[in-house]
Design a protein around this ligand. Structure first.
Ligand SMILES: *Cc1c(COP(=O)(O)O)cnc(C)c1O
Length: 411
């Protein structure tokens, strides 16, 4: 039994094991030169986790800076319109910077400081993780360099400016397809060279062990709060949890606390894009296969030669060719069900949530809402569904306008 084996107060699991494996998935498939850095990080993390001073400092920042606990909100008009089970939103969109990513960025930032690092680096695709990391760095007084593909820099100018405003340097990556996966490779290279004073702040539950574990632990607060809150609202646990799955951090954050509750069903929603043909989507469980990417074994979108396929989604945050190894394990064991919502279904849910609830969801989160809209009408009215509202949609209005109002020009 490893020291990570506590699943909840009610159940324990054997994963990840001492090598960071979740069954067949996970591990640390990295060059020899990175092994000491991962080992140092793991040791520091295990110590921090047991240290009440570290936990208190984390709690204090979560409360005073991030604004936790985020509310659990009963979506009354959406519920009435769907005519079935009661729908609640866990409002991560109300966390500082507008999404759940700050939970992980803040936690790892504090860990980096504790380890005596003066600099953090990160990779970003859409820019959301870059902004969360730059925010944590500003708060904690750390230097911050963000690797970003030049293709993404062009597409995400506003987030590039946000990062710079927050005091970070954005380093353009011109190799490969000049997108997220190339930025990750560059960040790993930087880390190998500068590990003595630098922490690599990985943004989701992917990458080599111990990153999937660390990020999951910093996101678990979502489900811990939701559990308490639903008991206050309804006096019982929910019947269904729904969350979108990019790398998998907001979903595991909501699910983890409930994994030991057999009566709570869980569904992860991937990006179905415009169809399930190669290059049209990012539904790794629908169109992927076992493979290794960025240091971990998991489901990967690849061709028969193992070349990584391009992906597509209307939401940049779900647009990644692999998925966190713990999700691969939860899929394989059948504990969590995975499905996908298409671009157009997500856009319809984006509009519906805005009109009925006055909440503009992130396009990522809209994928989870879209699935809920499909199943809720067929569930009895006394059933309870919690949808993770992983982020707010202000960042997405221009993108959504392109699809919803194609005849108008907002550029
Ligand atoms: C980044 C992002 C996601 C996807 O990442 P996960 O690690 O799967 O949570 C989902 N929602 C929002 C709002 C995001 O910014």
């Amino acid at each position: 039994m490893s020291e990570y084996g506590v699943l909840s107060s009610r159940q324990s699991t054997p994963y990840p094991d001492d090598r960071g494996r979740y069954g067949d998935f996970g591990g640390k498939f990295v060059p020899e030169t990175l092994m000491p850095a991962l080992q140092e990080l793991e040791t520091a993390y295990v110590e921090a986790k047991e240290d009440p001073d570290f936990q208190n400092l984390l709690r204090k920042h979560q409360t005073d800076y991030v604004g936790r606990p985020t509310p659990l909100y009963f979506a009354q008009r959406l519920t009435a319109s769907l005519g079935g089970a009661k729908v609640y939103f866990k409002r991560e969109d109300l966390a500082h910077t507008g999404a759940h990513k700050i939970n992980n960025a803040l936690g790892q930032g504090l860990l980096a400081k504790r380890m005596g690092k003066r600099r953090i680096i990160a990779e970003t695709g859409a820019g959301q993780h870059g902004v969360a990391t730059a925010t944590a760095a500003a708060l904690l007084g750390l230097d911050c360099d963000i690797y970003m593909g030049t293709e993404d820099i062009e597409r995400q100018k506003l987030n590039v400016f946000r990062m710079r405003l927050l005091g970070a340097r954005v380093i353009p990556v011109n190799s490969g397809s000049r997108i997220l996966k190339d930025a990750i490779n560059e960040a790993l290279r930087d880390w190998v060279t500068n590990v003595r004073d630098t922490h690599y702040l990985l943004g989701t539950v992917h990458g080599p062990h111990p990153f999937p574990l660390i990020c999951r632990d910093f996101q678990r607060i979502i489900g811990e709060e939701a559990r308490k809150q639903i008991l206050e609202h309804e006096g019982r646990l929910p019947d269904l949890l729904v969350a979108c799955v990019g790398g998998g951090s907001n979903s595991i954050g909501l699910f983890f606390e409930f994994l030991g509750e057999d009566a709570v069903k869980m569904v992860g929603v991937e990006a179905g894009g415009i169809g399930l043909g190669p290059g049209q989507h990012a539904a790794r469980f629908a169109g992927g296969s076992l493979g290794m990417l960025h240091g971990a074994m998991s489901y990967v979108l690849q061709d028969k030669n193992g070349q990584i396929l391009t992906t597509h989604s209307v939401s940049a945050g779900l647009d990644y060719p692999s998925v966190g190894p713990e999700h691969a394990y939860l899929m394989r064991t059948g504990r969590v069900e995975y499905t996908h919502a298409s671009d157009s279904e997500a856009l319809a849910a984006f509009r519906q949530t805005s009109e009925l609830e006055g909440i503009i969801p992130a396009l990522e989160s809209a994928h989870a809402v879209a699935y809920a809209c499909k199943v809720v009408p067929n569930m009895p009215k006394d059933r309870i569904v919690i949808v993770n509202m992983s982020g707010r949609g202000d960042k997405d209005v221009q993108q959504a306008a392109k699809y919803l109002l194609p005849e108008e020009d907002f550029s």
